[in-house]
Design a protein. Structure first.
Length: 388
């Protein structure tokens, strides 16, 4: 419908009006059309330079365009420019329609998650509540999903469950069972249900989420759940062929959209399933690496690949190297800042020690971690750590 409105406007009028071009940017973002979004942005920049409106409208248009660009960057799983792009809109939110600060706050939550500042990610959603309420349900669903991701990383499993469940209920009630927002929330709640051991519900939710846009759904965090965790659930239920199909589908998206974090997670799931990788991929995974720490996306990529390397070493009985690398992984993760990541790394180290018959050391590490998983209801984490 929005595309139809734009098509009916005279071309000369459209070219000369930066506001109309910016409207086209938002339309193409919503429709997940990267090439068309880039073209609309170029036309906006040309129109803004050719016939700049008077202040403060010009500054406001620039700030809104930067928020739109931040959405494109989030979809592309890039974080380095986000704070600069959303800063103006967040500094003076009441100078815009509520949609603009509402979107900017969601991007701020995403950026904070990738910096591993999970408390800040959740604070942005509290700040955004009145703007989301004034805009409609979609932005609030997105925001609750990001807040739920942050809560889960903090091991606030009850909080994450509440946020994902509320997001899904809101989406279903206001937009319908087949809505894009419903599938986004289904992906993340399905992943959490898997980790807490409710495989039937997890299967249903993750299969529903698979209907997300072929252009990448709502971003990589949602795709990780749909393709990687979805494949793990299928394999656990005995559908190995279906699991491999889902991983192939996820890798296709990762390569087409240039999403290396998704590609690293898909590789990791293939290793977990015992899939034979291309020798060049295996060699690269097994190479020693220094985990990058300046960018959370890069950190996640390197940590997925290091997990894969440790599992490959265990599978080939290179136990000493596996243990050394698992110990390094544990040592390099700040457990206070990233409790879920630390828990997973500790479980993998305990598994490596147990495989090497270093039982006393393994038990010393695993016993408190497994007890913690039991208290939190994360029944799949210990089991998945042991599956190599």
């Amino acid at each position: 419908m929005l595309q139809g409105i734009l098509a009916k406007l005279p071309a000369g009028v459209c070219r000369a009006r930066p506001r109309i071009q910016l409207f086209g940017v938002w339309v193409n973002l919503v429709l997940r059309r990267p090439a068309a979004t880039a073209s609309s942005l170029a036309r906006f920049e040309t129109a803004l330079a050719a016939a700049p409106p008077a202040e403060p409208e010009r500054t406001d248009l620039r700030a809104e365009a930067d928020v739109a660009i931040s959405v494109r960057e989030m979809f592309a799983d890039r974080v380095s420019e986000l704070d600069g792009l959303i800063g103006d809109a967040l500094a003076r939110p009441d100078d815009f329609s509520p949609r603009i600060p509402g979107v900017a706050a969601n991007i701020a939550s995403f950026a904070a998650i990738q910096r591993f500042d999970f408390a800040e990610a959740r604070r942005w959603q509290l700040w955004a509540a009145p703007y989301h309420e004034a805009t409609g349900p979609f932005l609030s669903v997105y925001g609750r999903c990001f807040a739920g991701v942050a809560a889960r990383e903090q091991l606030d499993i009850t909080g994450a469950d509440d946020l994902f469940t509320t997001a899904l209920d809101t989406a279903r009630t206001t937009m319908g069972a087949a809505a894009h927002a419903t599938r986004l929330a289904s992906a993340l709640l399905g992943e959490l249900r898997y980790e807490t051991g409710d495989l039937d519900i997890a299967t249903d939710l993750l299969e529903q989420s698979r209907e997300l846009s072929a252009e990448g759904g709502g971003g990589v965090d949602f795709m990780l759940a749909t393709y990687a965790t979805g494949a793990r659930v299928r394999a656990l239920r005995g559908d190995r062929d279906g699991a491999l199909q889902l991983l192939d589908e996820g890798m296709s998206h990762a390569e087409r959209l240039n999403l290396p974090r998704l590609a690293a997670r898909i590789r990791n799931e293939r290793v977990r399933l015992g899939v034979e990788l291309d020798p060049t991929v295996t060699d690269r995974l097994m190479d020693t690496r220094t985990i990058r720490r300046d960018d959370g996306i890069d950190t996640a990529i390197d940590e997925f690949d290091e997990d894969s390397a440790i599992r490959l070493l265990l599978a080939t009985d290179q136990l000493r190297s596996a243990i050394e690398r698992a110990e390094n992984s544990v040592a390099e993760i700040d457990a206070q800042r990233r409790p879920l990541a630390a828990l997973r790394a500790g479980l993998l180290l305990g598994n490596a020690l147990r495989r090497a018959d270093r039982t006393a050391e393994a038990d010393r590490i695993l016993t408190p971690l497994i007890r913690r998983c039991d208290r939190l209801g994360l029944v799949r984490l210990p089991a998945d750590a042991m599956a190599s």
